[in-house]
Design a protein around this ligand. Structure first.
Ligand SMILES: [Zn+2]
Length: 285
């Protein structure tokens, strides 16, 4: 064997070793078809993977969330959502593509839960049920799209639907509807199109918790759309966007109003609304 051939073989072996490491223990873990270091619990509606060494017993509770999420969205999961729960922080940071408490991968609709999220759930700081319903909403919408469209789904709407459908406003650190309205009345507003773009950071907001206000603001927009135009129209809009990313055109087609004009109407409504708690909110179901 000449030196050149030997170097190619060594190179290929190193590359294979690196790929195996990345898929099993590194940043490609969320894409990995083979899962190592986790116990698999296949339930009626979900598959939950718990990291080895973790004590967890709420599997049945998680499984009951699926029909609730499907009912709100009027959609069915095309495959059982896969939920990965971690107990080891270093392992999570090594494998996870996000530092968030929970997150969902648009590519394959898998859900990941951090060790600190589970700790917060155990101590009662957050509701595991609400946070999972939030992620399950993302997972369900991702499953209805191809990866390219899932990635391009309007991010503000994706979060607004998740917060609204999981009843997250007013829980944990998320302001409720009244408080969100009050903060908008005080001059805070994140234009939906700015969300997760460079423009988002440049937007000045006078807030203690900027991120949760933005999520609640988007949920309030979803709430306003549903109460103003009806849930059926809202679901039509939500579903078309899983197949077609031309948001502003679809918005105009479904609601008969330009998105920009609608946002002006929404802000005007909020500013003139003294006590939003008085306005009956359509409870998600
Ligand atoms: Zn989310």
């Amino acid at each position: 064997m000449n030196v050149k051939k030997k170097n190619i073989i060594i190179g290929l072996l190193v590359l294979t070793g690196l790929m195996v490491y990345l898929f099993f223990f590194g940043k490609l873990f969320s894409f990995s078809p083979i899962i190592i270091g986790f116990e698999k619990h296949e339930l009626t509606n979900t598959i939950v993977y718990t990291q080895r060494g973790m004590s967890f017993s709420n599997y049945e509770k998680i499984d009951t969330l699926i029909p609730v999420v499907e009912k709100f969205h009027d959609l069915k999961y095309l495959k059982k959502p896969e939920i990965f729960l971690f107990v080891d922080s270093i392992g999570y940071m090594r494998r996870s593509l996000s530092k968030a408490r929970f997150w969902t991968l648009f590519f394959n609709s898998r859900i990941f839960g951090s060790p600190w999220a589970l700790k917060d759930a155990r101590s009662g700081r957050i509701s595991l049920e609400i946070y999972l319903k939030h992620e399950l909403s993302h997972s369900l919408l991702h499953q209805q799209s191809c990866p390219i469209r899932a990635r391009k789904y309007p991010k503000w709407l994706m979060e607004g639907i998740a917060v609204y459908s999981s009843n997250q406003m007013g829980t944990s650190v998320y302001p409720d509807k009244s408080e969100t309205y009050r903060l908008i009345q005080a001059g805070n507003f994140m234009p939906p199109d700015y969300f997760r773009t460079t423009k988002e950071e440049k937007m000045r907001l006078e807030l203690e918790n900027r991120a949760t206000f933005i999520y609640s603001e988007f949920a309030c927009i979803v709430d306003y759309l549903i109460t103003t135009y009806g849930k059926n129209k809202f679901l039509t809009y939500m579903k078309i966007l899983t197949k077609n990313n031309d948001h502003d055109t679809i918005f105009k087609q479904v609601f008969g109003i330009d998105f920009d004009k609608f946002l002006i109407d929404f802000k005007e409504y909020v500013v003139n609304n003294e006590n939003p708690a008085k306005r009956n909110r359509t409870a998600p179901n």
